[in-house]
Design a protein around this ligand. Sequence first.
Ligand SMILES: NC(=O)c1ccc[n+]([C@@H]2O[C@H](COP(=O)([O-])OP(=O)(O)OC[C@H]3O[C@@H](n4cnc5c(N)ncnc54)[C@H](OP(=O)(O)O)[C@@H]3O)[C@@H](O)[C@H]2O)c1
Length: 301
Amino acid sequence: MTKHVFITGGSGFIGTRLCELLLEQNNKITILSRDPESVRQRWGNKIDVINELSELTTMTPLDWVINLAGEPIVDRPWTQQRKALLIKSRVTLTQSLFNTLNQLTTAPEVIISGSAIGYYDDTGNTIFTESSRQGKGFAAKLCQDWEQAAVSDKPHSSRLCLLRTGVVLGKQGGMLKKVSLPFKLGLGGQLGNGKQWLSWIDLDDICQLILFLANNKACQGSYNATSPNPITNYDFTKALGKQLHRPTIATVPAFILKTGLGDAASLLLGSQRILPAKAIKAGFEFTSPDISSCLQHCCKK
Ligand SMILES: NC(=O)c1ccc[n+]([C@@H]2O[C@H](COP(=O)([O-])OP(=O)(O)OC[C@H]3O[C@@H](n4cnc5c(N)ncnc54)[C@H](OP(=O)(O)O)[C@@H]3O)[C@@H](O)[C@H]2O)c1
């Protein structure tokens, strides 16, 4: 059945692919964007766009709400100003969103709200699932507050799923787009000692997981959006080099990343070995469960 889906961050890397899939299934989409004109240029009249959450009160009822907005977190050092922006674009925006949803005459049937595996901090070699302990650093606190903003103000009758997203791999954006050029130039290499675990997910798989969670009434609470096969940074480097037929002898020393990114380097050098236990238990099937199938898929498109 056709749904009216409202998406924050719908213009982003994950949101754009999600919109394509939702449109293929003839759903009606409304996006919140700070730049409505560029959304209109991309989608024409296929998608509605609003600039202010208050506009939701005048719209037809929302069936699904998917909350993906957030200032990019890895690109720059976490200065105080940057931290404030990271918090505002996730925690404050989520509070405003839920405040608005509570004012609607009809509550959405399901809300899927963003979070990230940064929730757990560095897990070393230990495997973490949704029930594992939370972390303590800035990224962990940011994710915990982001989740709490959704949990504490959830409209009573709506079902809520929280998406603890891992590193999303797709050709059009995210990590793969950033590292592809150095790899293609033969300058790709492991980060630091390469032993840190990378919990990744294929772009199509995260979008399908969002649709799965929205469609399955039994699903609620936190879900790790990661593939069932995390790998070390060393193995990821070798797999990408193999896929691109390029050498991977270079190493990016940890101190260079720390000098350039400060605390934010922890997202590249930290180890996160996370499994999607709840998605698997709920019966979700990954189309790219291992890194070679994912990289083949990403590099083919
Ligand atoms: N990609 C990953 O590997 C990954 C990993 C873990 C978690 N996540 C999380 O998943 C969500 C979506 O990821 P993505 O890769 O699709 O992100 P993205 O491409 O950077 O898009 C995020 C969207 O959020 C909106 N946004 C950015 N800065 C904002 C700000 N200061 N205030 C309000 N809105 C802002 C933008 O929409 P407008 O410009 O249209 O307003 C943008 O399209 C993010 O919250 C991200 O933290 C992603």
